[in-house]
Ligand binder design. Structure first.
Ligand code: ZN
Length: 378
């Protein structure tokens, strides 16, 4: 099968996978996430965690990952090195966060200029270190999200993305708190704010988007901005279910993201299953005191085929790469899965696909190749 593309994952949050998921987003960030991310100044710690994470992703059939790193340049470069050594393709985001009100003093950039200087040097070092490897790691412009960044840094990051023609990633309209932040502070929606700062382009990947409205989708469509759908994480922090079918109907490209550790699992198999389940909840509705006719949102449920599309072809469009398909001229990003046919089913194409999605475990994935190179496991 084609390898999977995880279009949104926070590498430094791996040790926290599954922790603190009962808290609202802002409290979870301050209690669990920022204290952990601040530890990545320590390169020994970074190495231990990142080797374990990249191995786990490969073991789950993920051949390309779009990573958020931390604010520490050396640690992010180390993540790129580890991807190279293990033969995984990474999009590596050096995180920018300089706002003094919304980031703790112990974990933020000193100023917008400091953030931009560090970024430009990160880009150049990563592009340089790529020269000796066949699988290229791509730097990604990464404003954490609108509450984390000053206007000056958003503007500067948009300019850097243009100067180096780089992909951009951030979170957009993720939760009620985050969605209302730009509205209260700037009098405009998240998407509009990012758009005005040249951060929504055909290379932009916006995570979550659970609260995007029609005007936001119009901006996404117009600019070619894509969404990383993170169904597991959205159940905890999204405050709504992302409408996959609605976005696809509006010609917005979508991929799937694990969003570790807002999501507890590094497996896109788990995320495919949850994408299907959450779409069923959206279609059926959730409040049993409401009459069935108006309880849910019609035409919302997605099929297993669509979930598989999100993890493969959709993700490939998000990262603008010829991958996600077994086809001549495409990158040889593959997972070799040994999944025994079910003796009680007819095992036609649909049965085989359903079995692969619902029943594949990491142990069933025997080998993983990235660009024809055997990825290193365990
Ligand atoms: Zn995220």
């Amino acid at each position: 099968m084609p390898g999977f593309i995880d279009t949104h994952i926070h590498a430094p949050q791996w040790p926290n996978a599954g922790l603190g998921l009962d808290l609202p987003l802002q409290d979870w960030l301050n209690t669990y996430t920022f204290p952990l991310e601040s530890k990545y100044k320590d390169l020994d710690f970074s190495k231990k965690v990142y080797e374990d994470l990249v191995t786990n992703l490969i073991n789950n059939g993920t051949t390309t990952s779009v990573y958020f790193g931390s604010i520490y340049q050396d640690s992010n470069l180390l993540l790129a090195d580890i991807c190279n050594e293990k033969h995984q393709r990474g999009f590596i985001g050096h995180v920018s966060m300089d706002d003094k009100d919304n980031n703790p003093e112990y974990y933020r950039d000193k100023s917008a200029q400091d953030s931009l200087n560090k970024y430009e040097s990160f880009i150049n070092k990563l592009l340089k270190s790529n020269e000796k490897y066949s699988i290229k790691q791509t730097p990604v412009i990464t404003p954490r999200f609108s509450p984390s960044c000053s206007l000056e840094s958003l503007k500067g990051l948009g300019e850097l993305a243009k100067k180096y023609n780089l992909p951009i990633q951030s979170h957009c309209s993720e939760s009620d708190w985050e969605n209302s932040y730009s509205i209260n502070k700037y009098g405009k929606r998240d998407a509009q704010l990012l758009y005005e700062n040249n951060l929504l382009t055909s290379k932009s990947i916006m995570a979550h988007g659970t609260l995007l409205n029609n005007s936001d989708f119009n901006i996404f469509h117009k600019t070619g901005t894509t969404v990383s759908h993170c169904p597991i994480s959205n159940a905890y922090f999204g405050n709504a279910i992302f409408p996959v079918n609605d976005a696809l109907r509006k010609n917005v490209n979508l991929g799937l993201g694990s969003d570790v550790s807002g999501g507890f699992s590094p497996s896109l198999y788990d995320n495919m299953k949850d994408a299907i389940l959450s779409s069923q909840h959206l279609q059926n509705g959730v409040d049993n005191s409401v009459v069935s006719e108006i309880r849910g949102v019609t035409n919302s449920k997605i099929t297993s085929k669509q979930a598989f599309y999100l993890a493969t072809v959709g993700g490939a469009k998000v990262v603008n790469l010829k991958t996600g398909k077994l086809k001549e001229g495409y990158l040889a990003d593959l997972q070799i899965v040994e999944n025994q046919p079910n003796p009680f089913q007819k095992n036609d194409k649909q049965d085989i696909l359903d079995n692969l999605i619902y029943h594949t475990r990491a142990n069933d994935i025997k080998k993983v190749y990235v660009q024809g190179y055997l990825a290193k496991r365990g």
